[in-house]
Every structure is written in C-alpha cells, then in structure tokens.
Design a protein around this ligand. Sequence first.
Ligand SMILES: [Zn+2]
Length: 282
Amino acid sequence: MQGVFEKLQQLQGILSERYQIERHLSEIPRRLSTQNEVVLRLRKSYSEKEHIYTNLSEVVSKLRLDLGDAQIVREAAERRMEAVKTQREFEALEKEINDAATEEERLRQDLRKNEQELQSIESSMKVELELITEQEAELEEINKSVAQESSQEEQRLRELVIEESKLTPDLEPNLLYKFESIIKNKLGLGIVGIRSGVCSGCHIVLPANFVNQVRMAEKVEFCPYCSRVLYFEDGDVDEFFTGYIDGDEMGGLIDLVDEDDFEEEEPPTLIDEEMAGDYEDN
Ligand SMILES: [Zn+2]
C-alpha cells in the first residue's frame, strides 16, 4: 500500500503540472483572437474614415471651384454696374450682384464647414494609425511569445506523458480515473494526509473508525467529504489513538493549518446568512 501512495504522490505532481499546462495551452487561441479582433476593429474603423475622407475631399474641391466661379460672376456683374444707364437696369443688376454675393457667402460657409470636418477626420485618422501600429506590434509580440511558449510547453507535456506512463500501469484503472478527476477539480491536490484525525485536504474531522481503516492501509480510502485519497501520516499514531489531546496542543495544531487551504471550502455560515436574508425579505 505504501507503494501505491508513493506512486500517487508522484503522479499528483505530474498530473497537476500537466493539467496546468493544458489549461494554459487551451487559453492561447482566446488570447490571440482577442488581440486579432482589436486590430481588425481598428483597421475597419480606419478604412471607414478613409472612405469618408475621400468623399469629403471631393466635396471640398468642388466647393472651392464653385466658390471661384461665384466670385467671377459677382465681379463681372459689379463691372457691368459702370455701364448702367437706367434705374430699371440698375435695380436688375443690383439684384444680380446681391444674389451672387449671397451665393458666394453660402459657398464659403459650406466650404469652411467641410474643411473643418476634413481636418478633424484627418487628425483622428492619424491617432488611429498610431494605435493600429501599436496594436499590430503587440499582436506580433504575442504571436512570437505564444509560439515559443507553446513549443516549450508541448515539449514538457510530452515528457510528463512519458513519466506518467511509467506510473499508471501499476495502478488500478478505476482508482486512476478517480484520482485524475480529483486533481483536475481540486486544483492539484489528489492525495492528502490525515493529521490528528482531520483530513488535511478539507480540514473536516473524520470518524475515528474510518481514520483507523486508513491507518491499516488495506485498501485505498477516499475522504467522504472532499473525495481525496487519504493516507495516515507518520508520527500521528500516539497522539490520535491515546484519545487525548489537551487544549494547548489543539491550539497548536490549528495554527499549523495553512489558511490558504481553506479558500476552496464553502464557509458553512453562508447558507444560514442567505436563509436569514430570505426570511427578512418575506
Ligand atoms: Zn477531505
């Protein structure tokens, strides 16, 4: 049985590293596609602006020509003013000049408005172009590091699979299957010791007769609370089976428990609080 525990301990190290690498590798496509999307979105927005810019440039050129024409029309009319003889001619020409001036002013305002728009698009295009360059560089960087990382990780994965295959043939398939899923779900810990009658995986006190069974080590036992494989830790025998632990010693043992290990367990008070909340709501 000791041999089985040792193999499980070794396997635990291999499997938790393997799962960690597999998780990391599986996140790569998402990382890449996120950055790809950023670049694509920026390029799309830039090309839309480019399109607007081209159209607006045409509008501006046309307005400049029209404004020039309107100016010529007005100036020609003004020159004809010198040759005017009758009041009727004068009034007609005056109206013509005023109309031309109004048209000229309208064109000038329109041109100014479009020129401003053109300028603002031009400057936002400049900003976007810088951003695109930046994000493309980042994408390239990610691509490079991902390629390097993945080839290293895949190499390590191959090594781990070989190490794993040296251990697994000696273990019972059912036990192996259970053990693998525990490690996957319990963040790397699949085999833990019993210390002072407490599972050091979930920190729950185990029944004395069950602890005794684990101590006998006739078969592989699983914690009834967290499903981890249990073994009896050396040096615990006297302490536990004398059936007496004094208060000071108890305090000392509690201090030994790593607080981080508690994080994955649900605090039992949570349910009560929720229920209390429900009662208050009703
Ligand atoms: Zn447990």
